[in-house]
Design a protein around this ligand. Structure first.
Ligand code: BGC
Length: 750
């Protein structure tokens, strides 16, 4: 409990019902008259912020893009590809400083929804398809911001994985998937990041809107013991009474005073909420306001140029080199280069909607390339808004010139309006004039490098013919110089994908279930989201999760046992065998082996980013997340560590596993139950012998047990292994219910 809790309780004791009501619904961006309610209260200010501060010039400005200039950092899908916890902590600090300068108390960031489908319109704003990676990085972001005295608002809780019908869609998710994937991304940010605010999502989960979802809110308050403010997404308070009863505290945006007062009075009169429940919500908001005021360390001025450079540093740590055949990259600074593509002069650097930032200083790719190379010419190549004829002319121009250059750099990507809050994408394809340009160009000049600007997955039909592809994502205002530094080798690329690039849209696990019908979306792929699906099926992807190349080479060596169970970490040695300094992201995956049961998903359980000089060899120790050995079981509504064989895999991507080890993890052994089959029971270590003993005097049952060992599979499997105590009981008169109970107690060690 914060030190402000008791002060808040004292203040709330002095308030009337109307004053309390006003405190439940006081914001658009800025609280207006909190001061008038109580002399100790000060208003507070919120601003959006997953990729930089979005501070509206006027609080009620209709033009949501009319914001004060601030540093436009790379989009979260970009910076998450750095896999760098320290860097993202520092990003939080930088944004925190900017927020302080603008007098912003809490930033509506980070957004940690899972990129369930590659079509998700807001994927650029989210971190990954993996909950562990998301949770690790978002926790650092929150800690960084809050270190500066500015609150973070973790959003959108939960399962807001699509924009299509986001305000009414019912996400039907089975309990295990909900916990293992969609809530898992929030757990560490809530428990360790301790954000001052959490935003409840628009959508419903299993029939109840998130802002009044009993199970969801109870889970947040009681299981995770979250004490802060829970705010609705805009207009998302569907059942205010239920929300308040289960821990909702604030509505966004605020309603007219008379309306909220009348509403709260009515809810109290009808007994839909009690005054204690009302007070609990108001106390949390007042506590928040007191803490925000106390944390207001004061205005600060930050060095805008330094923040711009830091934005570039993040971009260069995050861009992903997808392909580099015959070492086409880095380019020689003296080489004759043709740069083409409209995006080289009109860059795409951020997504649309509430995370949109007015950049302080926007870099242009062509200009940045020319700072690196005096021999770079430019031809437009395509124009997204132009028709077929004009695009044909632009294409011919490039084709005619292409042979005269040592290499061609094509800037391709998604047009501005393709990726935004409010709607999903309908295709993974790039605009056709871009695909045509790339496909034709490579026939004229084999040295083509494609630089992509997009917030999330695109299809690349030409990827086998093109030697070099740099996924630059949405690099923010300083992304252009970062890409140029990578292209010309000033920086060795070190980002890795936080999502799977499928070969085609139809390959994706969510394909059959996205975006659902008018009312509901069924999460039919279950836990097999993203790489969990591809690895379980051994299905090829265009580029797998965790993939990313470097200009140097890394060798993984084990030098002994990989896994230390006591310390719950892996140990190995990494060597840079190339000729350049570089960074590698070492990833650890775990997977429980199953016999006779459906496969368990492979899960990322640890990672680290390490920089090595050429020839340098270093011992690496990576702590693992204990939770990722556990699985959620609906039978117990909780997490369970199942005893058994686990495979520990260390790799450079999810499908480039370099070292593996099988280990036995002791945990809960399966309990024998009366409806388990003999086949499943005898798979538990020592169970056959126990049963053999228990069946003494139950000759028929003993016969079936022995049959499980028969050479004839029909007898062993169909007749022996399929029997349960219930079915044995029907053929063995000595096996009474009380006998079965005794046997089970004995077998389960009681
Ligand atoms: C978005 C939130 C955002 C809010 C305020 C909503 O439409 O979903 O992420 O914080 O608007 O701009």
């Amino acid at each position: 409990m914060s030190t402000f809790r008791s002060a808040a309780q004292e203040i709330v004791k002095e308030l009337s019902v109307s004053e309390k009501a006003k405190l439940l619904s006081q914001i658009v961006w800025e609280t207006t008259d909190i001061e008038k309610i109580h002399p100790s209260l000060r208003g507070f200010l919120l601003a959006d912020g997953p990729a930089g501060i979005r501070r509206l010039k006027e609080y009620f400005d209709e033009d949501i893009y009319n914001t004060k200039p601030s540093t436009c950092y790379p989009s979260p899908s970009t910076f998450a590809s750095s896999w760098d916890r320290d860097l993202i902590f520092a990003l939080g600090e930088h944004m925190g400083l900017e927020a302080r300068q603008e007098g912003v108390d809490t930033m509506l960031a980070p957004a940690v929804n899972i990129r369930r489908s590659p079509l998700g319109g807001r994927n650029f704003e989210y971190y990954s398809e993996d909950p562990y990676l998301t949770g690790e990085l978002a926790t650092e972001f929150i800690k960084g911001i809050q270190k500066e005295g500015v609150g973070a608002c973790l959003k959108h809780f939960a399962a807001n994985n699509q924009e299509t019908r986001r305000m009414n869609i019912n996400a039907e998710i089975d309990e295990e998937t909900l916990h293992e994937i969609y809530l898992a991304a929030f757990e560490k940010p809530v428990k360790e990041g301790k954000p001052r605010m959490i935003m409840a999502a628009y959508n419903q989960i299993n029939g109840e809107h998130c802002a009044s979802n009993e199970k969801l809110l109870d889970f947040l308050r009681k299981e995770w013991n979250y004490e802060g403010v829970v705010v609705t997404d805009c207009y998302a308070a569907h059942d205010l009474a239920k929300g308040i009863r289960h821990g909702l505290t604030l509505q966004m945006p605020g309603e007219k005073e008379e309306r909220i007062i009348a509403q709260i009075r009515e809810l109290l009169d009808k007994g839909e909420i009690t005054e204690e429940e009302l007070d609990q919500a108001v106390v949390r908001n007042v506590e928040f306001a007191l803490e925000a005021a106390d944390n207001r360390i004061g205005q600060c001025s930050y060095d805008r140029e330094a923040h711009h450079c830091f934005a570039g540093k993040i971009a260069e740590e995050s861009m992903v080199l997808l392909k580099n055949d015959q070492h086409l990259l880095p380019l020689e600074k003296t080489a004759k280069i043709l740069v083409t593509g409209e995006l080289a002069v009109r860059p795409r650097f951020q997504g649309g909607g509430s995370s949109h930032v007015n950049p302080w200083k926007l870099e242009i790719p062509l200009e940045e390339i020319r700072k690196q190379s005096a021999r770079a010419d430019y031809l437009q190549g395509y124009k997204t808004s132009a028709g077929e004829k004009e695009n044909q002319r632009l294409l011919s121009e490039v084709l005619a010139a292409a042979e005269n250059y040592d290499a061609v750099v094509v800037f391709a990507g998604l047009p501005d309006l393709t990726e935004s809050e409010g709607y999903d994408r309908i295709t993974l394809e790039l605009p056709k004039e871009q695909n045509r340009l790339i496909g034709e160009l490579v026939k004229k000049n084999g040295n083509v490098c494609v630089v992509l600007s997009n917030g999330s997955v695109v299809e690349m039909p030409w990827r086998n013919q093109i030697p070099a592809i740099l996924e630059a994502y949405l690099g923010g205002e300083a992304g252009a110089s970062a890409a140029a530094r990578i292209l010309f080798g000033e920086v060795n690329p070190s980002g890795k994908l936080t999502e799977t690039f499928p070969l085609a849209q139809k390959d994706h696990p969510s394909y059959l279930y996205f975006p659902g019908d008018r009312k509901r979306v069924v999460y039919g792929e279950g836990k097999f989201v993203g790489y969990r699906h591809y690895t379980a099926l051994d299905k090829p992807a265009a580029f797998p999760f965790g993939h990313g190349l470097s200009y140097t080479e890394f060798v993984y060596e084990s030098g002994g046992a990989l896994f230390d169970r006591e310390k719950n970490c892996v140990r190995m040695t990494l060597e840079n065998t190339g000729s350049r300094k570089g960074k590698e992201i070492v990833q650890v995956y775990v997977q429980r082996k199953t016999e006779g049961e459906s496969p368990m998903p492979r899960k990322l359980a640890g990672f680290t980013k390490i920089e090595l000089e050429p020839g340098e060899c270093r011992k690496v120790q990576i702590p693992l997340s204990e939770k990722n050995f556990y699985c959620y079981k609906k039978e117990i509504h909780g997490w369970k560590l199942q005893a058994g064989e686990y495979e520990i895999m260390i790799g450079s991507s999810v499908s480039d596993i370099r070292l593996r080890e099988s280990v036995f993890i002791s945990g809960e052994t399966e309990k024998a139950e009366r409806d388990h089959t003999l086949g499943d029971l005898i798979r538990i270590e020592g169970m056959y012998e126990k049963l053999e003993k228990a069946f003494t005097g139950h000759e028929v049952s003993l016969g079936f047990l022995k049959m499980t060992q028969d050479e004839d599979p029909l007898k062993a499997v169909s007749m022996g292994s399929l029997m349960t105590f219930e079915t044995l009981k029907r053929t063995d008169p000595t096996l009474t219910d009380s006998e079965i109970e005794k046997i089970l107690l004995d077998m389960n060690g009681k």
